[in-house]
Design a binder for this molecule. Structure first.
Ligand code: ADP
Ligand code: MG
Length: 343
């Protein structure tokens, strides 16, 4: 970091808010009134409004020892947008509230906001409000994302049908392995601060943890292909946990095939370094921010155009439970904590 340090207290609360929000240019017609009044005004012109909120606490949800502030700003926004996409909706606005201690300089906060605005620009959303407060210790971030969807086109978790195909976007498990590397290097650093981190060759998995993307492209592809998923959610806690949510809320069971679960080659190699099973990482590791969704079987051929979507199983009657068939052909129940049989 550069040498200059501006104390936040030198600006005062209103000076700070003004500094952080002065360059906002509203991009969406739905953003009628943004920062600067008692409340923002949004008009979704006959569409339905989708809202999701998240609270992130330093030391619980993120570790500033290995998370650059710019990445943290970017990720904080992206994880909220992911929830809006998971409803089959388009995010249009966010509000961002922060709690900051005097440990933070204006320069540090500027870095965080650089990441926030980069995500807003990339996903076409407007920052229309927030709150700024001091915290005694630690950094607190609360983001609310707002989106729009054509009336009744939102997709819930509870409406999967028996026989539907279970699909997932991208690759799973990488962010978890990235976290293992960063935690390992942090531990080494705490024990001997002179040692340089050894993260050589692991940029893919670490990037998946520190700078995730929301699957806007998948939601757009589904719309263009006229596929309406019967159920959908994003993968934030791990595939097992998410699939079990869809099963439970839809009153169904499922079968997944281990060989169909998409894992990146870089992740597979990285997992072996920790002597852990890549499939276990995909099932139980979190923070992938991919989408898992179900579609009727007769929609299957529309998927072949998109290499980013894998069909990993299908929904069954609830009596059959939620199971995974391993590469060796054995069948195991899926558990939310993960699937430890291969370890
Ligand atoms: P109030 O006293 O009504 O809560 P504030 O002084 O906190 O108003 O906020 C003034 C304006 O600045 C409001 O539009 C609010 O949404 C916005 N705002 C406050 N903090 C932030 C922030 N950290 N990021 C973006 N906008 C903010
Ligand atoms: Mg306020």
């Amino acid at each position: 970091m550069s040498g200059s340090r501006t104390e936040i207290s030198s600006l005062g609360e209103f000076g700070l808010i003004d500094h952080l929000t002065q360059n906002i240019e509203l991009q969406n017609a739905s953003s009628v009134l943004g920062v600067g009044d008692d409340a923002a005004v949004i008009d979704h012109f006959g569409k339905q409004t989708v809202i999701s909120t998240d609270l992130l606490i330093e030391g619980v949800h993120f570790d500033l020892m290995y998370t650059p502030l710019k990445h943290l700003g970017y990720k904080s926004v992206v994880v909220n947008l992911s929830d809006i996409y998971a409803m089959n909706a388009t995010p249009t606005q966010i509000t961002l509230s922060i709690g900051i201690s005097n440990r933070f300089s204006l320069e540090a906060l500027d870095e965080f906001y650089e990441g926030v605005y980069a995500a807003c620009e990339k996903y076409g959303v407007d920052l229309v409000g927030g709150d700024t407060t001091s915290s005694q210790k630690g950094f607190i971030i609360s983001i609310t994302a707002i989106g729009e969807v054509a009336p009744d086109k939102f997709v819930k978790r509870s409406t999967a049908q028996k026989g539907d195909l279970i699909c997932v976007s991208g690759y799973l498990g990488s962010a978890y392995v990235g976290l293992l590397f960063l935690e390992r290097e942090k531990k080494i650093f705490m024990e001997s601060p002179g040692v340089q981190p050894d993260l050589e060759g692991e940029s893919y998995v670490i990037g998946r943890l520190l700078k995730p993307e929301a699957r806007k492209d998948i939601v757009e592809f589904l719309a263009q292909s006229e596929i309406t998923p019967t159920a959908m959610m994003d993968v934030s806690d791990g595939l097992s946990s998410e699939v079990l949510h869809i099963c439970k809320q839809s009153g169904l069971g499922c079968v997944l095939y281990e060989e169909k679960i998409p894992v990146a080659e870089q992740m597979r190699q990285a997992a072996y370094k920790f002597e852990i099973d890549p499939t276990a990482c995909a099932l139980s590791g979190g923070e992938d921010y991919e989408l898992v969704f179900t579609i009727p079987q007769d929609q299957h051929e529309k998927l072949v155009l998109n290499e980013e979507i894998s069909v990993i199983g299908y929904m069954t009657e609830s009596e059959q439970g939620a199971n995974i068939i391993t590469k060796g052909g054995s069948k195991y129940p899926i558990t939310a904590q993960g699937w430890n049989h291969l370890k």
